[in-house]
Structure formats: structure tokens, C-alpha cells
Design a binder for this molecule. Structure first.
Ligand SMILES: NC(=O)c1ccc[n+]([C@@H]2O[C@H](COP(=O)([O-])OP(=O)(O)OC[C@H]3O[C@@H](n4cnc5c(N)ncnc54)[C@H](OP(=O)(O)O)[C@@H]3O)[C@@H](O)[C@H]2O)c1
Length: 274
């Protein structure tokens, strides 16, 4: 069978993945997407040249990789409707749905399937995502590579060895963009209070975040070393960092991420029952 990928649900995340794959050189002929909306299907096939269908089972029957990209709340029904086809054609199934555990999904899909569960984040929309992946035992090395290269089309990928770690990933990179937005918001407001214009405060804040992130990504040194390097004794940075340390920044982040991790566990428990 030709290597074909079917996206079930053609929303924001599937759209980002499809654009990323096409930009990576994957031929449009290898991609299929489904959606309940005929209009969305038409728009997507016009924009990308891929085949779009409104029939999930038909799309799954044509693919050796099936990506479940619907909202978590509708995934149970979508999976139950796909079960017969999936058990028949045994594709690699990749779920990008937040909070749906592999055991729930396997049960809805009618038994054991080669299943990779992923947790992408919003910057995937601009091909700058961070995605963690977890593979069930039935996934072959070749299928792991297929899943990884698919998610790499929208950014960085990391495997986790234990599914429960995806709750920590949700707290870190899943919710993480919002933590950085909050820090930007706070820095921008402080700069405005010190007299900078709104535009200058915003642009200097955003470019500083971008520059720091790029330096950290491109350096082999950990952030603590990079921080120490720009903190001269008795200087301005040291004074600011002291204030942040005294305010308990490390504990605050530890508490925030644990709270997010615990909420992720609660939400998964609720969604698994849905
Ligand atoms: N967006 C993110 O940053 C992000 C991050 C991590 C994980 N995720 C996960 O990615 C998944 C998709 O999120 P999204 O933001 O892309 O959502 P979305 O834009 O709402 O996309 C889902 C699409 O599936 C369609 N759909 C609904 N029922 C369907 C069915 N029975 N068959 C086929 N298509 C159906 C929806 O159509 P209607 O609009 O007509 O219902 C919609 O176009 C979610 O499970 C989410 O947890 C997203």
C-alpha cells in the first residue's frame, strides 16, 4: 500500500500538520482529511490539493496512518464508528487529542491497535510546536519513525517512556505558552510603568523573549549557565534576579506545573468516562 495519511477532523491542528507535511515535501496525493463540514473540506482541498472526504471510515480504509484530530469530547463516538475499519486494516493510529488515554482509545477502537498518543502545543500552528509522543507496545520501530516524522512537520518532538508522563508534558509544553505570555505581559506592564511607550515596551519584551529562547536553543549550555554569564556581580541583572528569587519564583513554578499536571489527570479521568 502507498504510504497514505488520513486526518480525521480537519480543524486547526490537522491543518497545521497538513501544511507542515506539504512544506516538508510530502506529496498532497499521500494526504487525506475528513470533516463533518462540506465547506471546510472544499476549502482545504482547494488550498492544499489533498483529497477531502466526509466519510471517516472510507478515509481510514485508504490509509496506513490514521491521525485522530477531532476534539476530545467527540473522540469516543468517532473512534467507535471507526473501530470496525481499524480492526480490519490495522493502520498506525496517532491521536493528538488532549487527555484521552490509550486504554480508553484502544477500548473504543475495538481492541489492541498500534497506537501513538501525542501531546502537541499551540505554536504547532506556526510550525514551532513542541510535541511529546508515547507509543503503545504494538507500535513497530517503523511506525514510531512514521509518527515522529509526522509530528516533526510542526516542530520539535520528544518521546516519553511512560504514558502518565504526558500529564507532566501537558503542564510543561501544553500549557507552557501561556506562562511565557504571562511573563511577557508582566514585563511589558512594568516597562510601561517606568515610562516606555506601549509600542517600545511590547517590541523590546517580545524580541528579548525570542532572542533569549533562540540563544538557549542554540547553546549547548543549560539556561542556568547562560543566566550566570549575563549576571555581573553587583549589576542590574543580579538585582532583578534577587527580587525574583526572594519572591519565590522557583517554588511558584513548581506549584503551578504540579497544579496543571493534577488538573490534566482529573480531566483525563473525566474524558475517559465520557
Ligand atoms: N489547538 C491546539 O493547540 C492543540 C494542542 C494540543 C492538542 N490539541 C488537540 O488537537 C485536536 C484538534 O484540535 P483543534 O484545535 O484542531 O480542533 P478543531 O479546530 O475544532 O478541529 C476539529 C475538527 O474536527 C471536526 N469534526 C468534528 N466531529 C467530526 C467527525 N465526527 N468527523 C470528522 N470531523 C469532525 C470539527 O468540525 P466542527 O468544527 O464542524 O465540529 C473540526 O473541524 C483536539 O483533540 C485537541 O485536544 C490541540
Amino acid at each position: 500500500m502507498t504510504h497514505r495519511i488520513a486526518f480525521i477532523g480537519a480543524g486547526n491542528m490537522a491543518g497545521a500538520l497538513i501544511s507542515g507535511l506539504i512544506a516538508d515535501g510530502v506529496p498532497a496525493a499521500q494526504l487525506i482529511a475528513t470533516d463533518t463540514s462540506a465547506e471546510k473540506c472544499r476549502a482545504l482541498s482547494t488550498a492544499t490539493g489533498i483529497l477531502t472526504l466526509q466519510d471517516n471510515q472510507e478515509a481510514a480504509s485508504m490509509a496506513d496512518v490514521v491521525v485522530l484530530a477531532v476534539k476530545p469530547q467527540v473522540l469516543k463516538q468517532v473512534a467507535l464508528d471507526l473501530a470496525e475499519q481499524i480492526q480490519l486494516s490495522t493502520p498506525l493510529v496517532i491521536s493528538i487529542a488532549a487527555g484521552i488515554r490509550c486504554d480508553s482509545l484502544q477500548a473504543w477502537l475495538g481492541g489492541q491497535v498500534a497506537l501513538v498518543r501525542t501531546m502537541p502545543n499551540t505554536p504547532a500552528m506556526i510550525q514551532s510546536g513542541a510535541t511529546a509522543l508515547y507509543a503503545t507496545a504494538a507500535v513497530s520501530d517503523h511506525q514510531r519513525e512514521q509518527a515522529e516524522s509526522l509530528m516533526r512537520a510542526v516542530g520539535l518532538t520528544q518521546w516519553v517512556a511512560d504514558e502518565s508522563l504526558l500529564d507532566a508534558v501537558t503542564a510543561l509544553s501544553g500549557s507552557g505558552p501561556a506562562y511565557y505570555f504571562l511573563v511577557m505581559e508582566a514585563m511589558e506592564a512594568a516597562a510601561r510603568n517606568m515610562g516606555l511607550s506601549a509600542e517600545t515596551a511590547r517590541l523590546l519584551t517580545l524580541q528579548t523573549a525570542f532572542g533569549a529562547s533562540r540563544m538557549a536553543l542554540e547553546s549547548s549550555d543549560p539556561p542556568a549557565t547562560l543566566r550566570a554569564r549575563v549576571t555581573s556581580p553587583g549589576g542590574t541583572t543580579e538585582r532583578a534576579l534577587q527580587t525574583l528569587e526572594e519572591g519565590g519564583i522557583h517554588n511558584l513554578f513548581a506549584d503551578a506545573l504540579e497544579a496543571a499536571r493534577d488538573r490534566s489527570i482529573e480531566l483525563s479521568n473525566e474524558l475517559g468516562k465520557a
